[in-house]
Design a protein around this ligand. Structure first.
Ligand SMILES: Nc1ncnc2c1ncn2[C@@H]1O[C@H](COP(=O)(O)OP(=O)(O)OP(=O)(O)O)[C@@H](O)[C@H]1O
Ligand SMILES: [Mg+2]
Length: 279
């Protein structure tokens, strides 16, 4: 039996009004996400991933359909959601600790003290650096602060829009591992946009593929069967890692709304091509 939906996205559509006329970007996007699930949203650049996520954040309004989180309709931003973007958007005049604390204070409507902020900074590998200012940190460290800030609010839902895409490969891997550990410890529901197939395979329970726009929708959904806690080196050594990766890349290459239905047999028989790179 399927677990009850925590996030319900129903027939979501978005048409932007542009000088050239209405542009239908997303059409009929319907998805249920269970409590504690980690979902990655994957698709080509410009297909509408951030548009969907920004509607979940309450920063953008849908043209059709709607979203509920824990049964409550989304009609604006809320403290039940933590967000992380490509760059950390820290306040430069505040220390790292105060950047985290400010968010906490807003949510709890009282001074949260330094303890919680320090705990979450520690959890992302920034122990003892709370007094530094954002300008004194590398891009990767700043992004860690952004993640600490989002998790410290203990939101019911985390919405991450390509949080690692501006980082170098090594830092990206470190942050993926940290995010995974933090998620293992907290089991918050996560919806994360990414371009990176390997990142999605490492982190997600399900990978939701969007078709190419315009009028993009869900093309295919892949279950990621790897047991948790996951170890990067273990999973890449599994034959089904490459089958799954190849199947996802094939869907990305096809891109259109007429993606062939996915079956486990087709997946199992897909050739392994370890040398192929992700998008
Ligand atoms: N406010 C807006 N007004 C008009 N068009 C917009 C607006 N926001 C986004 N778009 C268009 O909608 C489409 C989807 O944009 P979106 O940012 O959602 O894509 P994306 O999948 O997140 O892309 P990327 O992977 O590059 O981040 C693009 O063609 C973009 O130009
Ligand atoms: Mg985007």
């Amino acid at each position: 039996m399927l677990p009850p939906a925590f996030v319900e996205i129903a027939q979501l559509g978005k048409t932007y009004l542009t000088p050239a006329g209405p542009a239908e970007i997303v059409r009929d996007f319907t998805l249920d996400v269970a409590q504690g699930e980690f979902v990655c949203l994957l698709g080509h650049s410009g297909c509408g991933k951030s548009t969907v996520l920004s509607i979940l954040m309450g920063l953008n309004t849908p043209s059709t359909g709607g979203v509920t989180i824990g049964g409550r309709e989304v009609n604006g931003p809320g403290t039940d959601r933590g967000v992380v973007f490509q760059s950390a958007t820290l306040l430069p005049w505040l220390s790292v600790r105060d950047n985290v604390r400010l968010a906490l204070d807003q949510v709890t409507r009282r001074s949260a003290g330094t303890e919680t902020a320090e705990t979450y900074l520690e959890r992302v590998g920034l122990a003892g650096l709370g007094e530094r200012f954002p300008r004194e940190l590398s891009a990767g460290m700043q992004q860690r602060v952004g993640i600490a800030r989002a998790f410290s609010l203990e939101p019911r839902l985390l919405l991450l829009d390509e949080p690692f895409s501006l980082l170098d490969a090594l830092t990206r891997m470190e942050l993926q591992d940290e995010l995974m550990r933090l998620w293992e410890a907290t089991r918050r529901t996560v919806i994360m946009v990414t371009h990176d197939v390997d990142e999605a395979l490492l982190l997600a329970d399900r990978i939701v593929m969007m078709t190419n726009g315009p009028a993009a929708t869900i093309g295919k959904i892949f279950d990621v069967p790897f047991a948790r806690p996951r170890d990067r080196d273990d999973i890449v050594g599994r034959p089904d890692y490459f089958w799954l990766r190849d199947a996802i890349l094939t869907v990305l290459e096809m891109g259109g709304p007429d993606m062939a239905p996915h079956t486990p047999q087709a997946l199992g028989s897909a050739p392994a091509e370890p040398g192929r790179s992700s998008t």
